[in-house]
Design a protein around this ligand. Structure first.
Ligand code: DGI
Ligand code: FE
Ligand code: FE
Ligand code: FE
Length: 189
């Protein structure tokens, strides 16, 4: 799938604000790919499509989890945790995106995972630091990325903040989020 086509399907499917976020993630990911010697075209494509399923019908998402044999534990969560894995299935089946790096980056963009590839890490981080993000501490993450150039440390810092935030709201932590925390705690230096 070419970037123009991806932009078109994302723009048609998503509310304007969400689409704009996807565009900014794509641009941030493209720039990061150049910094970290990854494939910038793949980074842009994964960025545009990462939130494609954010507003899908939850019952249909659960059906897809079953029919595609996705992690059954996903059934205990809502779109917040499901939309990455579901988007990966959809862009593969609907648009023929077959690149495994792109599909994994889309699938794991919310939880992260252990032993992520470069593209997965880039999308995970770009989603958190795209220019309109203003959550407390985001500038510390930008410094880790753009000055220290340490992606593993950024993944760890983001995952730690996400988990702290989720625990403050008594949310359940998905196992891949925890695996990501533990793995990048060891990998970060
Ligand atoms: O889709 P975005 O808003 O751009 O961002 P995202 O996909 O990174 O995160 C979506 C939401 O998912 C965010 O509000 C936090 C939530 N989330 C991330 N990890 C977990 C989680 N929610 C639960 N319950 N458990 C998790 O492990
Ligand atoms: Fe998302
Ligand atoms: Fe994220
Ligand atoms: Fe996003």
């Amino acid at each position: 799938m070419k970037r123009k086509e991806a932009l078109k399907v994302a723009a048609e499917k998503l509310p304007k604000k969400r689409f704009k976020h996807c565009q900014r993630v794509a641009e941030t990911a493209e720039e990061m790919a150049e910094m970290f010697n990854a494939d910038s075209s793949k980074a842009y494509l994964a960025g545009v499509l990462h939130d494609y399923s954010k507003y899908d019908d939850l019952a249909k998402m659960y059906q897809t989890v079953s029919s595609e044999g996705l992690d059954p534990e996903l059934l205990e969560y809502k779109s917040e945790v499901l939309h990455g894995p579901i988007a990966a299935v959809k862009v593969k089946n609907k648009f023929g995106v077959s690149d495994i790096d792109v599909l994994k980056a889309i699938s794991n963009h919310t939880s992260g995972a252990k032993q992520m590839g470069i593209l997965e890490k880039i999308i995970f981080v770009a989603d958190y630091i795209e220019p309109e993000r203003s959550q407390p501490g985001v500038d510390d993450i930008r410094t880790i990325v753009y000055e220290e150039k340490n992606l593993d440390k950024a993944v760890y810092a983001i995952t730690k903040r996400n988990i702290q935030h989720l625990l403050n709201k008594d949310q359940t932590i998905y196992h891949k989020t925890l695996e990501c925390l533990n793995y990048y705690n060891m990998a970060k230096e």
